[in-house]
Design a protein around this ligand. Structure first.
Ligand code: ZN
Ligand code: ZN
Length: 301
């Protein structure tokens, strides 16, 4: 299985358009310590020309353009066999609207995520202009959806999360709001786990167990990252992201998890100091055997 990081940044991207934090300033200046990144998305494949894309970010056009594997092979064609959604946050779903050019799409989502998008949002009718334009395939918690043409099986596992901001107060929270995906190569049995939003570490070791590669929520280094920099009032945990650093962070909490797997932090917010090569935070991550994702990075398993 090939796993390619199409976008390694959290919502907002890196640099973020309205941010002049230390990292964003360095990125705009072209400083060698940081690498700009687009918003969270990964592509997985076991055979040429057929890809499963996880999350459709607002940067999906740039991401397709930057990777020849996703270019069309005919006058109207896409190698994207299916798109799986981990939650309904805008940084994971807005790209669907950019893929509307009457292209038939298959989208895997929990029923809650599907309903949150199409039942309350008239704009999503643009993906229902023609019969069969979008085929929704339902991710039931714990049940595997088999994608024969990609050679992959996808299982959604509930992960502590939250409703997308635009649905808070409109619907009750549900276990289906945010999932990690265990993606299995049907031929080799190898497994990649994608868990780019983790609101707590409870049960996470089990979600990652037995995987050959894991892509884990690296959004924030510290719980008060935005508050301390005067960039916002919300703490990491309020946004359902366990910070990486500190005694309660994922680096410490997952020290024994996914032993032997490639362990990669992705969905990294532009404010996170581990983005900077040479920072003590980056050194701590690497010393613990983790990597920090970059756009275009590939893991083969
Ligand atoms: Zn996100
Ligand atoms: Zn920034």
């Amino acid at each position: 299985m090939r796993v390619r990081v199409l976008g390694a940044a959290a919502g907002g991207g890196f640099p973020q358009w309205n941010c002049a934090c230390e990292n964003c300033v360095l990125a705009r200046a072209g400083d060698a310590r940081v690498v700009a990144a687009t918003q969270d998305s990964l592509a997985l494949s076991t055979r040429p020309g057929r890809w499963l894309v996880v999350n459709a970010s607002p940067d999906v056009h740039r991401q397709i353009q930057a990777f020849a594997g996703l270019h069309p092979a005919g006058p109207r064609h896409t190698p994207i066999a299916a798109i799986a959604l981990t939650n309904g946050d805008l940084d994971h779903v807005l790209g669907l609207l950019s893929l509307r050019e009457s292209q038939p799409l298959t989208v895997l989502a929990t029923e809650r995520v599907r309903a949150g998008l199409v039942e309350r949002n008239v704009v999503f009718r643009t993906l229902a202009r023609t019969a069969g334009q979008v085929t929704w395939r339902r991710l039931d918690l714990g049940g595997e959806v088999v994608l024969d043409d990609v050679g992959l099986g996808v299982t959604a596992v509930p992960a502590a999360g939250k409703l997308p901001v635009h649905l808070v107060g409109l619907v009750e929270p549900s276990l289906e709001d945010n999932v990690a995906l265990r993606i299995r190569d049907l031929a080799s049995g190898r497994v990649a786990v994608i868990a780019t939003a983790l609101g707590s570490l409870e049960g996470v070791e089990a979600i990652l167990a037995g995987a050959d590669a894991v892509f884990v929520d690296g959004t924030f280094w510290s719980d008060d990252e935005l508050v301390a920099r005067g960039l916002g009032a919300a703490h990491a945990r309020d946004m359902a992201h366990v910070p990486v650093g500190g005694p309660q962070g994922s680096l410490a909490g997952l020290a024994g998890a996914a032993a032997g797997a490639r362990r990669v932090y992705t969905h990294v917010n532009n404010t996170n100091p581990m983005l900077r090569t040479g920072s003590p935070e980056r050194a701590a991550v690497e010393q613990a055997g983790w990597e920090v994702a970059r756009d275009g990075m590939e893991v083969t398993l």
